[in-house]
Design a binder for this molecule. Sequence first.
Ligand code: GAL
Length: 668
Amino acid sequence: MKPDLGAATRGRILYGGDYNPEQWPEETWQEDVRLMRAAGVNSVTLGVFSWAKLEPRPGEREFGWLDRLMDLMHDNGIGVVLATPTASPPPWMGHLHPDTLPVTEDGRTEWWGGRQHFSHSSDTYRRYAAAITEDLAARYGGHPALTMWHINNEYCTYDWSEGAAARFRVWLRAKYGTLDALNEAWGTAFWSQGYGDWAEIHTPRQAHYLKNPGQVLDFKRFTSDMLLECYVAERDIVRRATPHLPVTTNFMPLWVGQDAWRWAEEEDVVSVDLYPDPRDPLGAQNGALVQDMTRSQARGPWMLMEQAAGPVNWRGVNHPKPRGLNRLWSLQAVARGADAVCYFQWRQSRQGAEKFHSGMVSHAGEEGRTYQEVKQLGAELAAIAPEVTGRHTPNDIAVLHDWHAWWAGAQDGRLSNRVDHPDLLRAWHRALWEAHLTTDFAHPEHDLSAYRLVVVPQAYALTDAAIENLLAYVRRGGTLVSGFLTGVADEDDRVRAGGMDARLRELFGIRTLHEWWPLDAGEHVECDGFRGTLWSEEIDKTEDAEARARYKGGELDGLPAVLRSGRAWYLSTLPEPAAMRDLLAGIAAEAGVRPVLDALPEGVEAVRRGELLFVLNHGRESVTVEVPGGHRDLLTGAALKDELTLGRYGAAVLKAEPDAQAEAVLAP
Ligand code: GAL
């Protein structure tokens, strides 16, 4: 059995974050542990960017400082998530071995001096990475402070170098076997692109005009696979040393370059870094989306590896979190399945590129509001941990998402570059969030039988297996709702006959898809009862299908905008948010899915996890929420009957209690 997050949490919620003590004199370390203990910090991630410190010259090792830190953490009861430092090679590596440096699309080298300047395809890089990983595993594998391994950091590089081209050819040979098969899959008959020798194939470098979409799509798959090979190589090394300890690497939310479904299968713990903009009115929804996706990839508890206690420093304008927001968003993550709430980083830096990025201890230090709030949250997480950790609550609704469909659909040469896959995911998830419906995410080929409702915001390319899966799901009684541009292409990005797979057209009751009519920014189409945005379609329906809403006026007057055929629904436009919410809420109700709580005020989120009910007020005004029955709020200890009042950014973690007991407490 693979170790899971429980091996590290041992019933606690992991609380802490990236700790970069090499930036500070050792006296500060003592101060750090004092403040950590006071804040309930029980986990730190060490060594993420320490390669130059650990290996100052090729092959040398300097472990003394890390030995002292590991001991210090252990002496203070703080567990260590130990990172392999391979996201940022030391300067000597690029200097001595230019083949370790990645090359951009237009052939320029990415130099050291920042971070993530490694070529995933470089044998030299991989050799050095394996060697330092071996030595870290050998030295610290038996250290009592060690609880988990963190491989690299946010794998996200692309590489168009000669080394990458050589590996790309190997990858393509393994995939296609013959050049004929590759030429066929890439459609190279178009524009005289036929390959006569494997050596002619390069990465899709800068070209005069539109590139071959098959080549670009495979390059995205290849990039994800190469990074995954790097991860797996390091993972296997630490796993050999410590088979009982879990291994993770931290994802960026909805990062385009990694097929995270595939990656998650290789991880013991799925972890993510999440930085919603405190000013974004949809920050809570966007956070919820990432949390739902991460939980679904983990199929259980997951780790919030990084968040910011205050401002980040990489947006144009970087806003702090108003009082209470860090707590609220942290509890939101726990509600949606996190068993670890961690930050980048422990102590705000005074030098380097991120000195204006917040830390759990800000420049203001112990007295600062940031640390004081971090401390309060640490105590609250400790209080709820016994009722929370290890609990996994599946949902009745799944949102489908697939990286390959995203990659295939996001290429140049389309009818509208305004159609953005993540934007569509957000629009659909937001509609469900606003309808107080909680959702999982799933891949189109996953077993969907446990869901009452499956929604497909957009799956431009689908394999035959995925299509058969969707058909079987509906045949067995599931309700399916799909957005436009679904099932347009196969896995090679070859447009299916008729512009959309015939089986899906039949499922949704589309007789003919005549033309797509994309909409400009600010343009909308009138439909019965709502306005459509972004896209519209000229379709004829089959006799049996029902047009639940039609276009009104314009070229598409009278044609179906929302089509229903049995339990299969098709939306040929994107309804405005309120209409989308009402539409999905209605379909969910018909499929037997109810909101977590009825009559929730706007901006209030209710989520069940195990026995607990989390109620979160994302608004700036206080609200009273009806929560039928007697409950105890585990955060305050208060007993409640039938309703609850939450202040601005207020949160409650409720456990049902027999009414009599609740009333007895409330009676005076
Ligand atoms: C993450 C990264 C951290 C830090 C943080 C700042 O992407 O993993 O090392 O840079 O962003 O927000």
